[in-house]
Design a protein around this ligand. Sequence first.
Ligand code: NI
Length: 180
Amino acid sequence: MTSRSWSPELYRAALVFAAEAHGGQKVPGSERPYVTHPVEVAAELCAAMLVDPVSDPDLAVQCALLHDTVEDTSVRVEDLAARFGAAVARGVAALSKDPTLPKHARMGDSLRRIRDEPREVWMVKLADRIVNLSHPPSYWTDEKIDGYRVEAVEIADALGAASAVLEARIRAKILAYGRR
Ligand code: NI
């Protein structure tokens, strides 16, 4: 595959939109502005795309920057479709848990919907979990940390085929996770 870069303009537009949507939210357990989280996810993804090229890097970076806007803010899937197009809106919708389902069923449902989307969307979910495995919030219990690790294995098994480099990254993070 010939390697194509992502558009800095589209990156910036998605970043500004996400920053405004997340407003004063903080990364849980920290004083960091929440928008630093999607930026970390986009950075993880951009690094991976240099090694594992994708056919639509713009879809990947926009979904990375916007991935929590529907789940965590008042932004609706329709708003994303109007502003960023149908493919980005579908990708973010798949990356968002369905709050009408029982809690235990939400991740499996989201993973099934992600698997119906292009590989770029699978890679966003892998990158998201890689970032979140870097440091459990300080207030989490051992039980919560164990559950998060089990869920990460589920994500790696369901989506790892999308990117060898991200699969290696998430498996390494899972091994190191929660060691205090
Ligand atoms: Ni996230």
